[in-house]
Design a protein. Structure first.
Length: 326
């Protein structure tokens, strides 16, 4: 298939592109390189630099390529920034998404796999989180994802658009070629790995007074390869899908301190910890129920054990200590 991947130079997008090409698909890789890295683009992908907020440039991409389906991963994703500047986030993540849908309809492209987020659930009252858990986002980033999922529902009813939204939890880990390189880096595992890399002396953990076994937050980590494979499974199932959504998680939660301990075990380096106050909006526990994705997509997270995740991330960061900048 000819697949357009938006956000192809980003963390998850680069791995999705890598997996698509390995399975014999032709990839049109779209990115504005605002947060992505040109060096993250997989060899064999046809790159087009364009911004979803530019409908003319976007329409040109569809005119130049015979696109069969779209995987939409492009988004601004730094949660604190979304709180400070919601306008930019709604313009990029919602209006940009609408531009994408307009071009899809114009060029008769009927299948969309959408990169959604567990952020749509806010502070869930019960775990594990199912697809029926109330969607109560607590920041503009999560609200953007909710809004676009609802837009997809109405586009499905009005225009027959088939879409599958993948609500993944904490993407982590790396392939041999692609890993995490964010500015700023807000994810726990790459930040902890900065200590054995010699880039920082200690790691900061926000909150050690939660009602969990060790007082720190518990999260569901999903290997980025497993997430990419879920995109491929969604692509297989996109024809006639209607409007569907699935949680992507391992179903197992690990606390912040458990993550630090695993990094120590994998790297052999002791990690000094500094505790600071809780961050606003952080739920104590956020763990997915992935059963629906298993039943309907046939998706199984094969690599999402914490040791496998940390080991792969450490191997990539050891090889590329400065990320794509190196």
């Amino acid at each position: 298939m000819n697949v357009l991947v938006t956000g192809a130079a980003g963390y998850v997008g680069s791995v999705v592109t890598e997996r698509l090409i390995s399975e014999g698909h032709r990839v049109i890789a779209l990115d504005n390189l605002g947060q992505g890295h040109r060096e993250a683009l997989t060899s064999g992908a046809q790159f087009g630099q364009a911004d979803l907020r530019d409908p003319v440039a976007l329409d040109d991409v569809f005119s130049q390529h015979n696109i069969d389906a779209v995987m939409h991963l492009a988004a601004l994703s730094i949660i604190p920034r979304s709180v400070k500047d919601p306008q930019e986030y709604f313009q990029t993540n919602v209006v940009g998404g609408l531009n994408l849908l307009k071009s899809m309809l114009k060029h008769n492209v009927n299948g969309l796999v959408f990169s959604s987020s567990a952020g749509i659930y806010g502070r869930p009252e019960k775990v594990p989180v199912t697809e029926d858990t109330p969607q109560t986002p607590i920041h503009p980033y999560g609200e953007c994802k909710v809004m676009f999922e609802r837009i997809l529902k109405w586009y499905g009813e009005a225009y027959g658009l088939d879409s599958i939204s993948l609500r993944y939890f904490n993407a982590a880990g790396a392939t041999k070629l692609h890993g995490e390189h964010h500015q700023p880096e807000t994810h726990l595992i790459p930040n902890v790995l900065k200590v054995p890399l010699g880039k920082v002396d200690q790691v900061t953990i926000f909150g050690n007074d939660y009602e969990t076994e060790d007082g720190t937050c518990i999260r569901d980590y999903v290997h980025v390869i497993d997430i990419a494979d879920a995109h491929l499974q969604a692509l297989v199932n996109i024809d006639g899908a209607g409007t569907r959504a699935y949680n992507l998680g391992s179903g197992t939660g690990y606390s912040n301190l458990q993550v630090v301990k695993m990094v120590e075990e994998v790297t052999g380096v002791s990690i000094p910890i500094v505790f600071e106050s809780r961050r606003a909006g952080d739920p104590p526990v956020l763990v997915a129920s992935p059963s629906l994705a298993r039943q309907e997509l046939g998706w199984l997270p094969r690599l999402s054990g914490l040791r496998d995740i940390v080991k792969s991330a450490w191997q990539w960061q050891s090889r590329f200590p400065d990320g794509y900048s190196g």
